[in-house]
Design a protein around this ligand. Structure first.
Ligand code: FAD
Length: 137
């Protein structure tokens, strides 16, 4: 089984209801039996998500996500075979909001503390997600 990491970002569709607690539960319920892990960042506008797992499993989940009308402007920025996972422990972790610690991390990668995934490289986005994940651990 090839291990794959997929990264995309998108924007909330303001005309659709969104309940992040419910969404996270669905992610975890669906991803866990497929051994798909990852992390989701949401800042009220942008979503940024990393999915890691078997190639077929990641692909199948991504296609379902991409058809979800709760977000728009979905940009796939990376999908590649990897040797190991960055986020092996969470079937899906959610990072949202900003506090003192995360503000410092945001400012390390972005010109302001409003995360705009269009502004930085895929590599920096992954570093950002990894750094911010330490606040969730
Ligand atoms: P269902 O049991 O059909 O839905 C669960 C609940 O979600 C429903 O009660 C409903 O309130 C709500 N819901 C579902 N679809 C919609 C919709 N189209 N509009 C409004 N509310 C809806 N799914 C994953 O499995 N793994 C992921 O990692 C994942 N990440 C996501 C990231 C983002 C940014 C978004 C927007 C969605 C993500 N999803 C993810 C959800 C995915 O798009 C599908 O909605 C979900 O996989 C459907 O699974 P289900 O059939 O088990 O859910």
């Amino acid at each position: 089984m090839n291990l794959t990491r997929l990264v995309y970002y998108s924007q909330r569709n303001p005309s659709m209801d969104l309940n992040m607690d419910e969404l996270l539960q669905v992610c975890q319920r669906n991803n866990a039996p497929m051994n798909v892990t990852g992390m989701l960042h949401y800042n009220g506008n942008y979503f940024l998500q990393v999915l890691e797992g078997g190639r077929a499993e990641v692909s199948s989940i991504y296609h379902r996500i991409a058809a979800d009308p709760r977000h728009v402007n979905i940009i796939l920025i990376s999908c590649q075979d990897v040797r190991e996972r960055i986020f092996p422990t969470w079937s899906m972790a959610l990072q949202e909001g900003l506090d003192g610690e995360t503000r410092e991390i945001f400012l390390r990668y972005f010109p302001s503390n409003a995360v705009n995934p269009e502004a930085i490289s895929t590599e920096s986005l992954l570093d950002f997600m990894q750094d911010v994940s330490t606040e969730l651990a």
